[in-house]
Design a protein around this ligand. Structure first.
Ligand SMILES: *[C@@H]1O[C@H](CO)[C@@H](O)[C@H](O)[C@H]1NC(C)=O
Ligand SMILES: *[C@@H]1O[C@H](CO)[C@@H](O)[C@H](O)[C@H]1NC(C)=O
Ligand SMILES: *[C@@H]1O[C@H](CO)[C@@H](O)[C@H](O)[C@H]1NC(C)=O
Ligand SMILES: *[C@@H]1O[C@H](CO)[C@@H](O)[C@H](O)[C@H]1NC(C)=O
Length: 356
């Protein structure tokens, strides 16, 4: 029987097609549709998908005394108060958020839940805020102490991601702050956590609220904390506040008209000056604390050394953090409102424009 020669290119093409067919992107169930009660209902991994393009969940969600410590790969986080919150950050030293967003692990202020602990001196000013619809923690950070590369401009972590598996994939978040008088844990469904530029902001929206997905909007990933979590956090100050709700990120009012901002795509280059200043909502009460008392285990000597930093000066360059830089970037002084942008292909270059 005559041999039929199959041209190599056809073989390669057929292989490529079968590989492409075999590997898909989206999970059967998006992370935001999964519900687990803490602590008893937590699975070993919230993301059980295999064979998807981004691979498998890098860590785990069942975290306990055997996982606790600086090698923990716990991806169950908590946000409860000024003295009790976690941030998502890399598991390996000198990493960028852009390179590791799918794999971040929980770094926490409070021991006892199987996570890593935020080391002494890393937190350099924190404002915790509780409002009718969300809780939020915003602050200044020595980010290399939680494995972020010096100068990394960072990015946004949220439970969506382009493929709906979340960043980190399988990351779960819990709080006792939402209408749980006897201390039950609520799974936070909608949240966003911006990390980078020696700053962070982490907002967790009450799932019982009608607008959790709006307050914790995740599509404005390039315009940072100042626009996604307008705040008064001040370097060297550790305070816990009650306050009013923010506007939804990206929504602003000019002359009584409600407008929606559209974030340009990364291909369009650096973000042009934004057409609005975010409104920092009023706080009804703030109580300040000594950081050494807040974080006794990890920070015996920490942030009191920053207490002589200028505080409360939100005026900075021209009255707000939004003053335009000479290159169309945005300026932010050390003690100004925390503003940062996000993962960007223009990376460091953009960050210089944004923060310089
Ligand atoms: C502790 O957590 C690890 C990692 O998730 C898990 O393998 C182990 O079963 C847990 N131990 C207990 C006693 O739950
Ligand atoms: C961190 O990584 C960058 C880029 O790979 C490298 O230039 C730098 O030397 C590293 N820093 C440390 C402290 O290892
Ligand atoms: C962060 O902490 C390390 C270790 O204490 C220190 O060497 C470094 O200068 C600090 N970085 C910043 C930006 O303060
Ligand atoms: C922010 O500061 C302004 C001006 O001092 C104040 O009116 C407002 O209540 C503060 N809001 C928050 C959330 O701290």
């Amino acid at each position: 029987m005559p041999q039929v020669a199959i041209p190599p290119i056809v073989v390669v093409a057929a292989l490529a097609v079968s590989l492409a067919v075999a590997q898909s992107t989206f999970p059967a169930t998006p992370l935001v549709s999964k519900r687990f009660s803490y602590p008893t209902g937590i699975p070993y991994k919230a993301d059980t998908d295999v064979g998807l393009i981004r691979g498998e969940q890098s860590g785990y969600n069942i975290c306990n005394s055997t996982t606790e410590g600086q090698n923990s790969l716990c991806q169950t986080g908590f946000i409860n108060g000024l003295d009790d919150f976690c941030l998502w950050a890399p598991s390996k030293a000198n990493s960028t958020i852009a390179d590791t967003e799918g794999e971040e692990v929980a770094w926490c202020t409070k021991p006892g839940r199987g996570t890593r602990l935020i080391p002494s001196g890393a937190l350099q000013g924190v404002q915790f805020m509780k409002t009718p619809d969300y809780i939020q923690v915003v602050g200044y950070l020595n980010q290399s102490l939680i494995n972020m590369q010096d100068g990394d401009f960072g990015g946004e972590l949220d439970p969506h991601g382009a493929d709906l598996r979340g960043n980190p994939m399988g990351g779960l978040l819990y709080t006792q702050q939402f209408n749980t008088p006897s201390g039950q844990w609520t799974q936070v469904i909608e949240w966003h956590n911006f990390m980078g530029g020696e700053r962070f902001c982490f907002k967790a929206c009450d799932p019982a609220g009608a607008h959790a997905a709006d307050f914790c909007q995740h599509i404005f990933d390039r315009i940072g904390c100042a626009y996604n979590a307008p705040n008064n956090a001040t370097q060297g100050v550790f305070e816990s506040c009650l306050g009013d709700n923010q506007d939804f990120p990206g929504i602003y009012t000019v002359n009584g008209q409600v407008m929606t901002y559209t974030q340009p795509p990364e291909e369009a280059g650096p973000i042009p000056p934004l057409p609005y200043q975010p409104r920092v909502p009023p706080s009804s009460s703030c109580t300040q604390f000594d950081s050494a008392k807040l974080y006794p285990v990890q920070t015996a000597t920490s942030a009191t050394s920053t207490n002589n930093q200028p505080s409360g000066t939100q005026s900075g360059a021209g009255g707000s953090q939004g003053t335009q830089g000479s290159n169309g970037g945005r300026r932010a002084g050390v003690s100004e409102l925390i503003g940062m942008t996000s993962v960007s292909f223009v990376g460091v270059f953009f960050s210089m424009l944004f923060f310089s």
